[in-house]
Design a protein around this ligand. Structure first.
Ligand SMILES: Cc1ncc(COP(=O)(O)O)c(C=O)c1O
Length: 394
């Protein structure tokens, strides 16, 4: 097997393919010297609303700010509770905490890595001051939005969708991530399927008043100029980022399809070697490797990450083996939020599956420009290690 380095992500390969489309737009911004707001932002906001099938889209400085601004618009504050999964990126809960509110943890479904309406319902029953639900469409697969919306109506609270990893993902009704909640929050961090040349974020909503409120909040709560009814923040998607994203958006579906095709190839290779998908278990698979279970169409997984599971006892040794063989990888996430030091005082119910995923998961290269020999090398490097190191009885 060749010792062929495969990075976890290769942004340069993507850039090389669309350099000629990005550069004129960046030049246009430079020539106009219109860096905040302006035509690039306006056209990107309307393109994003079209893409997601929402009435409105409001740019902001990051996915973290999209979450924070949404919660501010929902009136979340001191002493309030917001339900979110423990197995997610820190920003999900950080946005809640920064407003003086308390994240209420829910565990995940081990098949999808997402929280479920049943788990949220159980957590809500313990809440005294629930103000919102913040489900996360983790790795690029949507949560059960039908169930989540029904529950939110029953509880009388809004859903703030953390769609940071799920742009273009579709739920079981074929609706886009971020289009059915009260707001949908997106990140354009460079590693996302639609990544900028720095930080950027977007909030989608179908509610005109909420969109207007978010536009004020992202600009210090100001309206009209120099008049402030409330305190907001400075959180804007700048024109350079909007120009890059305008150039990239038309390619997004093709890139996500490329990721899904790579996922098909990996699935096949791991399954041929005896692996199974996450609807099975490490104990029952012939070879203890689990690949992501796919949702049935019209749902669509956009594979922001392709995460495999191996027994916890060998996961970190596998990581060392991948470093040695120059295979890029990472663990999303090694420490679930209920175990973070800064949240040590928060109450916590059973988080078995979050803990298990943190100990067993490993994300491998999935970007669209991967070539067949790279995918084969990645899969073979993993399979041969698991075949020789899997603990007996697992
Ligand atoms: C699930 C999730 N939520 C929120 C964020 C925050 O987005 P950003 O990095 O743009 O602030 C991210 C980004 O990594 C994320 O993956």
């Amino acid at each position: 097997m060749a010792n062929q380095p495969v990075p976890l992500l290769d942004l340069k390969a993507q850039y090389d393919s669309i350099r000629d489309e990005i550069e004129p737009l960046l030049k246009e911004v430079s020539e106009s010297q219109w860096f905040i707001g302006g035509p690039q932002l306006d056209s990107f906001e309307s393109a994003m609303a079209d893409y997601c099938g929402t009435e409105h889209a409001v740019g902001c400085a990051s996915g973290s700010d999209a979450l924070l601004l949404s919660l501010m618009a929902a009136g979340v504050g001191q002493g309030d509770e917001v339900i979110c999964p423990s197995y997610t990126f820190f920003a999900t809960a950080g946005s809640i905490w920064r407003l003086g509110a308390r994240p209420v943890w829910v565990d995940i479904d081990p098949v999808t890595y997402n929280c479920t309406p049943d788990l949220v319902r159980a957590a809500a029953a313990e809440c005294n001051s629930l103000k919102a639900i913040m489900p996360v469409h983790l790795f690029g697969q949507t949560v059960d939005m039908d169930g989540m919306l029904e529950l939110a109506t029953e509880l009388g609270v809004p859903i703030v969708e953390d769609a940071a990893q799920a742009i273009g993902s579709k739920d079981s009704t074929g609706a886009a991530a971020g289009s059915r909640g009260w707001t949908g929050c997106f990140s354009f961090f460079p590693s996302k399927n639609l990544g900028g040349f720095g930080d950027g974020g977007m909030i989608t909503t179908n509610d005109a008043e909420t969109a207007a409120h978010l536009r004020r909040l992202r600009n210090h709560g100001m309206e009209p100029k120099y008049y402030h009814r409330e305190v907001g923040m400075n959180s804007r998607l700048d024109a350079m980022q909007a120009a890059v994203l305008n150039a990239k958006l038309p390619h997004l579906d093709k890139w996500s399809a490329g990721r899904a095709a790579n996922a098909d190839h990996y699935d096949q290779m791991f399954k041929d070697a005896g692996g199974a998908d996450t609807s099975a278990s490490l104990e029952t698979a012939t070879l203890p490797i689990l690949v992501p279970a796919r949702p049935a169409a019209p749902a669509r997984h956009i594979f922001n990450q392709y995460v495999v599971r191996v027994p916890a006892a060998i996961r970190d040794d596998l990581r060392a083996h991948l470093v040695e063989h120059k295979v890029g990888h990472d663990v999303y996430y090694p420490v679930p939020l209920h175990r973070q030091e800064c949240f040590a005082d928060l109450p916590c119910s059973d988080m078995t599956f979050s803990d298990q995923a943190a100990a067993e998961s490993i994300a491998i290269p999935i970007y669209a420009e991967l070539i067949e020999s790279q995918r084969t090398y990645v899969a073979e490097t993993i399979v041969s290690f698991v075949q020789t190191h899997a603990p007996a009885g697992v």
